[in-house]
Structures are given as C-alpha cells and as structure tokens.
Design a protein. Sequence first.
Length: 256
Amino acid sequence: MDDRTQTHHDANMTRWAGVALTFVTLAAFALRLARLDALGDLEFDEIVSLRYAMLPPADLVARLAGALFEHPPGYYVSLGAWLTLAEPGIRGDTDGIVTRSLSILPGTLMVPITYGLAHHAYGRTVALASAVAIAVAPLPIFYSREARMYAATATLALLATWILFRAADGGWTRRRLVAYAATTVIGSSFHYTAPLILAAHAVGTLVTVSSRPGLWRGVGIAIVVGAIAAAPWVYVATGARATLGIGGGNPASGAP
C-alpha cells in the first residue's frame, strides 16, 4: 500500500469511526432518557438535592457550610439554575423528570470524552470499545439518571485527564491550561473526591518529569487556582471539617 492509498484508507477509517461514535453517543442518550418518567418518586438523596437546589444561593451556601456529610455547593447551584431555566417560577415541588434530567447531559458526554481519552492512549479500536462500554454499562446509565452529582464529577475527571494526556504530547497551550484548570475547579466544586484526580495527575507528572519536564507546569497552575478558588469554602465549611474530624468547628444541622 503506497502512501497515497494509506492516507485515503486512514481518512475513511477516521470518517467511519466518527459515524460510529455519533451513533453510540446518540444511543447512550436514548438509553439514559428512556422511561425516565417510570423511575417513580425521587429517592432520599435526590430529595436532598432538590431541596438544596430550591434555596436561594446565599441560603444554600450557609446551610451546606454547616452540614455534616455533605458535598460542596457546585452541583446544587447548577441544579437550581437548571430548574429555574426548565420550570421558571416554580420554587416548590417540581417534576422528578426535570430534576433527574440534568445528569443526562454529562452522562451522555462521558461517551465521546471516553472515546477521546482512549483513542489518545490506545487507538481507535479500543476507543470505540470503551465508548460502547460506557454507553451501555448499567452503572453509568444509573448515575446518568439520578439527581446527584456523580455523573458530572466522573465526566469532568475524564475530561481533565484527556486534556492532560493531550498536553503530555502537544504541550500546554493557553486554551488547554484554561480548560484544565476550569475543569478541575468545577469538579472540585461538585464533589470532594475530585481533588484526588488532580493529586493523581500531580503524581503522574512528577514520575514523568524527566521525560516531560513542562507537563508539571499546567498541573501546578491548576493546583494553585484550585486552592485559591476553594479557600473561601474551606474557611466557612465547618460541617466538612467536622465530618473529617479536623478544625473543631460547631456545625449546624444544615438540613434543607
């Protein structure tokens, strides 16, 4: 096969992979949307999400700050904005379909992001297989239909990892730096485990610092930006500190 034929073959394979990924992504969206109305009433944790989301942002932050065993405010603020957009004027009982539907978007986006990450690391075949697995696996579907922050947190973690992989090969551009820092900060505002992803990235860049000395720069910037962004919340979140047994604060009930 000469170079021209090889180039034409590669272009066709890329085109068909794009078509296949589009189909898999649409199928993932359909699976996450299917029979959403048949899930029944909101579960306890989903009711907590809804009640926090219905609060004005200032009240939400105040109650969450003193709540034990709770999450950062990012998801609840996003859910409140989603409900206001989807059902303007409603601040009481709302449709469980609307409440749960916010998770469908990040749950669906997990499919092409997984493809991009796997393609970068392992190639087209593994990437398509990975995308199909995420599209049809029970747990990703379950959390993509739940009014909680887990689908969004996982998707943001995958996206940050993909950006880091691209930077490892192509260097840090301004766009990659901004996207990486924003992704990690938003993820940390949704769930306390998200900084662990950033910590894992930091360890990875330190291990490979001799072969990729510039890779640490972007992760270091993200750590600094994240620390600055999180500082006000860390200061007021007596409930989170009490949950971890540090700080000696006096948390309030925090129940919405």
